[in-house]
Design a protein. Structure first.
Length: 442
């Protein structure tokens, strides 16, 4: 049977108290929390998620959610095997690795407004997706929804590599090693054995591992074994003894001890927690009711500003194909331009939407960038925290090598501001040693 495009994507709104999401080795799933608060199990941890948060289910991962008061979530599935049939940009580059950045790290380096814009795109696509009068445009809506998911998945998936500025070759070899570990969990895995499998010297293997992972090799092996144990507990009828053997634990006592240290309960208790009576708690809402939740969430996000100065500069630069690395153009960005500010009553909110799009384009074309900072805009502690969050995002998404073409100009109008600028100057040089920083008395 010939496969058509509409076969690869589906979406629905789910209401739950406690549930385990479907296990799938063939689909990417996006989940957006529309209402309430939930705890989401990812990477053997429980992360707190609130209304408006978006997260991904990687292919083959174990995911589970629980909510004290009940929660409503929007789920979108894309069949990965059918992605090449769709003419998406980046579809051929999607990386089905089994591990993304930990949710705690992702929360630290991602800007709230960027996530809100992304959620707005998803909700808008879903709203159109379920309107019968627009059924003739369903294919276009599917492409938009799938494109949103695939592009954002790639962004999230590349953070680890960009964070450490690792070469493409080392990045690929690292995930080949991870794949070897995952497919040989039932065997005795040592650093020497895996190095030989990848045809590498042990010393070079250790260096490669240190560049790509913040845990030891044995810690990583133990973590993947526990994650596989989770998957089998949740999605198979295998006994604890069978799971212990299949996951490569030397004996049942060692398995129980490690599992209890990680999850605070025995394997049987964990299985009972996430499988007992979970189906009755799970309810797929009818399209009309689901759309009401989507509309309510959309109203809460309508204040998000998308026409920032940074985004306008991105659009202008994107439409200038002649400006390459050899160009003498130097891009000047006023981060505190009024068009980057949104007033909510008496409260001033900085959005910086479009910053990461612009920086990615700057990186591709190897352009020089001057970031202008008005010190009078950093008077409050919250303002300083927002700026530090932006720098954290820069460091995580682009790495330090990119910032060698960057220059910060700290503009001061008063002596006190100049003293604060000198302190910030030292902080920036320590945080981004490749960039240049100067203080300017305006």
């Amino acid at each position: 049977m010939n496969t058509t495009r509409h076969d690869y994507i589906s979406s629905y709104v789910l209401q739950f108290h406690q549930t385990a999401l479907r296990h799938s080795g063939t689909a990417l799933t996006l989940v957006a929390i529309l209402q309430g608060q939930a705890q989401v199990k990812r990477f053997s941890r429980l992360a707190e998620m609130n209304a408006g948060d978006v997260f991904f289910v990687n292919a083959g991962e174990v995911w589970a959610m629980t909510s004290r008061e009940g929660c409503v979530a929007l789920c979108v599935d894309v069949e990965t095997a059918l992605l090449p049939l769709v003419s998406y940009p980046y579809a051929d580059r999607i990386q089905l690795v089994d591990s993304l950045v930990d949710p705690e790290e992702t929360r630290e380096v991602s800007l709230v407004y960027r996530d809100c814009i992304f959620l707005k795109d998803v909700l808008e696509s879903y709203r159109l997706f379920n309107q019968e009068e627009l059924a003739g445009q369903r294919q276009l809506m599917e492409e938009k929804l799938g494109l949103t998911l695939v592009m954002e998945y790639n962004v999230q998936n590349e953070i680890n590599r960009q964070f450490r500025s690792v070469s493409e070759d080392k990045f690929v070899r690292y995930y080949r090693i991870i794949d070897y570990i995952q497919t040989h969990l039932d065997a005795k895995l040592t650093l020497q054995q895996v190095a030989e499998a990848e045809k590498m010297q042990k010393s070079y293997f250790a260096q490669l591992w240190k560049q790509n992972d913040n845990m030891t090799f044995l810690e990583c092996v133990s973590r993947y074994r526990l994650r596989e144990a989770e998957r089998r507990l949740l999605f198979t009828a295998a006994s604890n003894g069978e799971i212990c053997k299949a996951c490569g634990f030397s004996d049942s006592k060692y398995f129980y001890r490690n599992f209890q240290q990680e999850f605070g309960m025995t394997p049987s208790q964990w299985k009972s927690l996430w499988t007992k009576s979970r189906i009755p708690d799970e309810r797929i809402l009818p399209p009309a009711e689901g759309q009401r939740y989507v509309a309510a969430q959309q109203c809460q996000l309508d204040y998000v500003k998308t026409d920032t100065r940074l985004y306008q500069q991105y659009l202008w630069l994107r439409d200038q194909p002649a400006l390459k690395a050899s160009s003498s153009l130097e891009l000047k960005l006023d981060l505190y331009h009024p068009d980057n500010v949104l007033m909510l009553g008496q409260q001033r909110v900085l959005t910086w939407y479009g910053f990461d799009l612009l920086m990615n384009l700057v990186r591709q074309r190897q352009l020089s960038v001057t970031l202008q900072i008005r010190m009078d805009c950093l008077q409050e502690e919250q303002d300083q925290q927002e700026f530090e969050e932006l720098i954290a995002q820069v460091y995580a998404r682009l790495g330090t090598r990119v910032t060698k073409n960057w220059k910060f100009e700290l503009h001061s109008r008063q002596p006190q501001e100049l003293r604060e600028a000198e302190k910030l100057c030292g902080w920036l040089r320590k945080k981004l040693p490749a960039c240049k920083v100067i203080c300017v008395l305006a």
